[in-house]
Design a protein around this ligand. Structure first.
Ligand SMILES: C[S@@+](CC[C@H](N)C(=O)[O-])C[C@H]1O[C@@H](n2cnc3c(N)ncnc32)[C@H](O)[C@@H]1O
Length: 265
């Protein structure tokens, strides 16, 4: 394995995220929200980064856009190709890293990411790549988890138990409008934020926890890392259950998220 800590992190992330496919059941509806927020129209050339099984890409393609989609995980991309075939749409899927996009400058009318680019460790590199691939006047739009709500708290908790390599930014920073404004900087105009809630069905907080321990990359990896440290694992589970309890009602966990849209200058 490479000595580069970020390359090592991505090897771990690629494997961890490969179990994500069942969670498309909850990201499908929010993908439609992001495609609406991004104002994607028929005929536009769209890129979905951190596409997972392609829920955003597929929604854009069904709206008539020409779509490329990229993800670290070849397993998820394979699911995406099957989805596209089933829906009868063409999407060009690629395995790759949002920090090094394999597209020419100024290629796309719209670049989107639903809970994807936020997991790349270097926000400055990530945003520079997303904007590089976008045409001047094009739209960048993404959904992210705010630090003050449940999912942001959960990722902060994961980071407390398994700290990321030095220099890697915590993913929930991408859910803070002030930080987003700084990161987009002078490269964009017309930043627009909107907020929504993902409803995650579960029979109990414990069912919810078991589900994400089996599917949500960073949590899958954390549970595996703590398998010989039962006290630490119990502490993690207890803290997680405490966060979930505050957002669990009527058999759903309410997962608040932020949507951002901006225009490249
Ligand atoms: C929470 S999932 C979201 C997947 C999909 N966008 C959805 O909404 O269902 C995060 C995705 O980001 C991808 N990802 C994480 N880091 C990445 C990187 N550096 N480059 C490309 N994809 C990345 C993961 O492989 C995973 O598919």
């Amino acid at each position: 394995m490479s000595n580069d800590p970020f390359a090592q992190l991505k090897v771990i992330q690629r494997e961890g995220w490969s179990l994500f496919a069942p969670l498309e059941a909850v990201t499908t509806a929010t993908a439609a929200e992001l495609v609406r927020h991004a104002r994607i129209r028929a005929g536009q050339f769209v890129l979905d980064v951190g596409c997972g099984t392609g829920v955003g890409a597929l929604t854009a393609a069904r709206a008539g856009a020409k779509v490329c989609a990229l993800d670290l995980s070849p397993v998820l991309i394979q699911h995406g190709r099957q989805h596209a075939a089933l829906a009868g749409v063409e999407i060009e899927f690629s395995e790759g890293d949002v920090e090094a996009l394999p597209y020419l400058d100024s290629t796309f009318d719209v670049v989107i990411s639903q809970f994807g680019h936020m997991f790349a460790p270097r926000p400055d590199v990530t945003i520079a790549e997303m904007l590089r691939a976008l045409k001047p006047g094009g739209t960048i739009a993404f959904s992210t988890w705010p630090p003050e709500h449940y999912v942001g708290q959960m990722f902060a908790l994961v980071g407390k138990f398994i700290p990321p390599p030095p220099g890697a930014a915590p993913p929930p920073q991408w859910g803070d409008p002030n930080i987003i404004r700084q990161r987009l900087g002078d490269a964009v105009t017309d930043i627009v934020f909107d907020r929504s809630v993902m409803l995650f069905p579960a029979l109990s907080p414990q069912h919810y926890r078991k589900g994400i321990e089996e599917t949500l990359g960073p949590v899958v990896k954390l549970v595996a890392a703590l398998k010989d440290e039962p006290a630490k694992l119990a502490a993690f589970r207890s803290e997680l259950d405490g966060f979930v309890a505050g957002y669990f009602e009527n058999n759903v966990v309410r997962q608040h998220y932020l949507m951002t849209r901006a225009t490249k200058k």
